[in-house]
Design a protein around this ligand. Structure first.
Ligand code: FA5
Ligand code: MG
Length: 347
């Protein structure tokens, strides 16, 4: 076979092989390219034959070699592009979507009923010009008890046993220590202190339907000039009506807290039976919602406040208690179990 025919043959057979290549032959095509166009490939081999040709023929065949190289080089490039598209197409077919399938359902969560209740109470107090102050869940015995008029050997400490970290540091048993911290910070020359402080508290209580060893309170405190029991009563009536309905009445019963004097327990008229007596109010017509009182002069003095000039009232309510009454929840443990069926009732 003369050189010219060999060149034609190489071109023809290479083009034929290329035409067979698909995206599954990327590797084979690479090999073929080296075989034909590579430094030691077929074309280079044929070039070696040029030196045996006559002077007339050599430039003609030389030109033909270059042409064949050009044609094949672009043939390889074109095929490479084509099989790349083939690969993408194949991938798409594998991953193709069935648009008639039903979509995935996303479950939309909602705020926990305790957070909602707390936010509602915060909104009411913000509207009355109170500030919201954060306290510490891990608190000093000093603030939790001593600054609340409960020295180390005070018998009333027994009502609020706690989880101790050290002898001086504990998980707070109520939100009242925030009162002392807030009074320490407040500049009374700028006006009265009006604050609430919501948060988690801890007690060594046995868990049952109405008690948990970990629960939430909202503390309230107002200290200024001429703050009286009437202000306390008015404030509590307002919050009760906003939380439980405009027709609610409140009742103050004498009680005891070491940090308030006088102290009261506050009942709200039963929203279920309107005071006639039912199972919710245990036939009394009233439901206890919080403890409160006039801030004890010693508590004011411990914050360096002149108790002959200033007076104050304070209250502490259980958030769970309020939410249970408001929504008819009969077991406090429902708040903490994380069962979405519980939460979904309050969307
Ligand atoms: C106090 O904790 C006082 N610090 C409240 C206070 C503040 C009085 C300021 C005066 C001035 P008491 O222990 O009663 O008081 O708790 C207040 C409320 O927390 C209760 O009315 C109740 O709603 C709630 N509570 C108490 N113990 C538990 C418990 N184990 N689980 C759930 N809620 C509780
Ligand atoms: Mg009580």
């Amino acid at each position: 076979m003369d050189l010219q025919t060999q060149l034609e043959e190489l071109k023809r057979s290479t083009q034929e092989k290329l035409a067979q290549m698909t995206h599954e032959h990327a590797r084979d095509m690479q090999d073929l390219r080296v075989q034909v166009l590579g430094k030691k490939g077929s074309l280079t081999e044929l070039l070696k034959g040029l030196k045996d040709l006559s002077n007339d023929l050599r430039p003609v065949i030389g030109k033909q070699v270059n042409e064949v190289r050009d044609v094949l080089t672009s043939a390889f490039e074109e095929r490479a592009k084509l099989i790349e598209e083939m690969a993408i197409q194949a991938q798409l077919e594998k991953e193709s979507l069935d648009v008639t399938l039903p979509g995935r359902q996303f479950k939309l969560g909602n705020r926990h009923i305790l957070s909602q209740t707390c936010q509602d109470i915060e909104d009411i107090f913000l509207g009355m010009g109170y500030q919201i102050i954060d306290g510490f869940e891990v608190e000093k015995d000093y603030y939790n008890f001593e600054r609340m008029n409960l020295p180390k050997d005070h018998p009333a400490r027994d009502m609020q046993d706690s989880f101790y970290i050290t002898e001086e540091i504990l998980l707070r048993t109520h939100t009242s220590p925030v009162e002392a911290r807030a009074m320490d910070q407040h500049d009374f020359s700028k006006g009265p202190l009006k604050m609430i402080s919501p948060g988690r508290v801890f007690r060594r209580d046995t868990d049952d339907a109405t008690h948990s060893h970990q629960f939430h309170q909202i503390e309230g405190l107002v200290v200024g000039e001429n703050i009286s029991m009437a202000d306390l009563k008015g404030t509590l009536l307002l919050i009760s009506q906003k939380m439980f309905g405009e027709d609610r009445k409140i009742r103050l019963r004498p009680s005891y807290f070491p940090f308030t004097e006088p102290s009261v327990e506050v009942d709200v008229s039963c929203f279920k039976c309107e005071g006639k007596g039912c199972s919710v109010c245990k036939k009394t017509g009233w439901i206890e919602i919080l403890g409160a009182g006039m801030t004890h002069p010693s508590v004011l003095e411990m914050s360096g406040i002149d108790s002959s000039k200033y007076s104050g009232f304070a209250f502490g309510m259980g958030q769970e208690r309020i939410a249970m009454l408001r929504y008819g929840i009969n077991d406090i443990r429902g708040f903490y179990q994380g069962d979405s069926r519980f939460s979904e009732q309050f969307k």
